[in-house]
Design a protein around this ligand. Structure first.
Ligand code: MG
Length: 479
């Protein structure tokens, strides 16, 4: 958590963080891949207010939606966000506690100029964050965040008689539910009444998911549905390890599937009818298959898909079957949003189960993804659908190193790929593609690691790839 520590040190000694970030290793003071994230001692009301003033200025002093999740620090940070926005002349629409995809969906609906969502997504409860989205629904990247940071010391307050009262809007979740219901075959779900177990993570998924699936006609069994900002049920990240209760419950209830979201509901994973955990990569791959099948039915031409360099080759393979081109982006939701616009992509997604359905919004929407899956399982079981998704084994490892070593490894990997005439993508780390496998060597943006991730048709091949590239990376450090 290098950026967090540097910024935290800067906040404590009250000097600009940039003065501590030597040699231009990282020019971003506060913004990471998707907003500003930190523990409460760092992301406190004082810093939050200053950030909100700069964000309000960056977004043109317009109409801004504010939402938060259930974290204990959410309310006090919401006050600071609202105050900061109002002080620079923004009109604030407070939608209260809501999931991230709900808040993002409301931007178009309310003709807003942007949104600030107070949520640390899948991080532990002591963390919080400001996710920022512009008026087009595009999440603010680290690069655009740097533009906001530059405004922080030169914020111009509104004249006293230009400060506007906030409005409260309480129908956001209901409107999001109605919009999702229109994008699935509600009649088929109503008829089939699939039995589903949903794990709401003690956070905002509990506000929307039980109602959505009951209204669609499912038989719904809920776990971790009580809102509690300490997340007593399970950690926020829906990893296989963290959703053991869901896995057991799906088997016990002989349910058609299990669904679990991360804390703010943009990421989703599934448990199939056989009780098997379905990783995010396969959730995205199956989402692509379902969408392309649907488009084929309506005889529309398929165009393109956007995904990050860390996502399974299964996506590209499925795309090819439908004549659809796959574009790769850097890792992070903002880059996916930007790619959807640039390539007019019909879908975008990432390996952790975040899927963007541009037919609704540019948000990664874990509820629409879940509703589409529930729609699909009315036709055939989830395990049967998954058989149509090409299967790849993946392996991962990491090497501990500092920023200078990270840069050395990545540069070395690029040289290696060039010298050996390998096909590679170097927009975020170095991803080397082989006919039936690939490997990526990438520096973590938040931790002192270089991560190595490989995927192959054979488990042994994936293992060999991570080992081989770990050795190559280590060699760069021994020079
Ligand atoms: Mg999230």
């Amino acid at each position: 958590m290098v950026r967090y520590e540097i910024a935290n040190l800067a906040a404590r000694v009250r000097i600009p963080a940039v003065a501590i970030i030597l040699y231009g290793l990282d020019m971003s003071k506060y913004f990471g891949t998707n907003g500003v994230r930190g523990k409460f001692e760092f992301l406190n009301p004082e810093l939050t207010l200053r950030l909100a003033q700069a964000i309000g200025t960056y977004l043109g002093h317009g109409k801004i939606i504010v939402a938060r999740d259930a974290r204990l620090t959410g309310e006090t940070l919401a006050h600071a966000v609202i105050s900061g926005l109002q002080s620079v002349g923004c009109s604030v629409i407070d939608i209260g506690m809501a999931s991230s995809p709900t808040a993002e969906f409301m931007i178009k609906k309310l003709d807003a100029d942007g949104a600030i969502i107070i949520t640390a997504s899948h991080n532990p409860p002591e963390w919080n964050a400001l996710k920022v989205v512009d008026g087009k629904g595009i999440a603010i990247s680290k690069e655009r965040g740097e533009g906001i940071e530059k405004l922080m010391d030169n914020v111009k307050s509104a004249e006293w008689n230009r400060v506007k009262n906030k409005t409260t809007y309480s129908n956001a979740t209901e409107e999001h539910i109605e919009a999702i219901k229109k994008l699935v075959n509600a009649d088929a779900i109503q008829k089939k009444k699939p039995k589903i177990v949903i794990d709401c993570a003690n956070n905002t998924p509990a506000l929307i998911a039980p109602t959505l699936f009951k209204e669609l006609g499912c038989t719904v069994i809920t776990i971790n549905e009580r809102i509690d900002g300490t997340f007593p049920g399970r950690p926020s990240e829906p990893t296989q390890e963290n959703v053991k209760e869901l896995l057991a419950r799906v088997k016990k209830e002989r349910a058609d599937c299990g669904i679990a979201w991360d804390g703010d509901g943009d990421r989703v994973i599934f448990v199939d009818d056989k009780g098997e955990f379905v990783i995010g990569d396969r959730v995205f791959a199956l989402s692509v298959l379902l969408r392309l099948n649907q488009i084929k039915e309506t005889k529309k031409t398929s165009e393109s898909i956007a995904t990050t360099v860390a996502t399974s080759i299964a996506i590209e393979e499925i795309g090819k079957q439908f004549g659809c081109k796959t574009y790769y982006t850097r890792i992070g939701a903002p880059y996916l949003c930007e790619a959807v616009i640039e390539y007019k992509a019909i879908m975008a997604g990432e390996e952790v189960g975040g899927v963007i359905w541009p037919e609704l919004s540019l948000a990664k929407d874990g509820f629409l993804t879940a509703a589409k899956m529930v729609d699909a399982i009315c036709e055939r079981p989830l395990s049967a659908w998954l058989k149509q998704v090409p299967y790849y084994y993946n392996e991962k490892t990491k090497i501990e190193c500092n920023d200078a070593q990270k840069a050395k490894i990545i540069a070395g990997m690029k040289d290696y790929a060039k010298k050996n005439k390998l096909q590679f993508i170097d927009i975020d780390g170095v991803r080397i593609n082989f006919p039936d496998s690939w490997v990526i060597v990438r520096a973590s943006g938040t931790e002192n690691y270089v991560r190595i991730f490989a995927e192959a048709k054979e488990k042994e091949n994936a293992m060999q790839l991570v080992e081989q590239y770990k050795r190559l990376a280590a060699l760069e450090l021994s020079d």
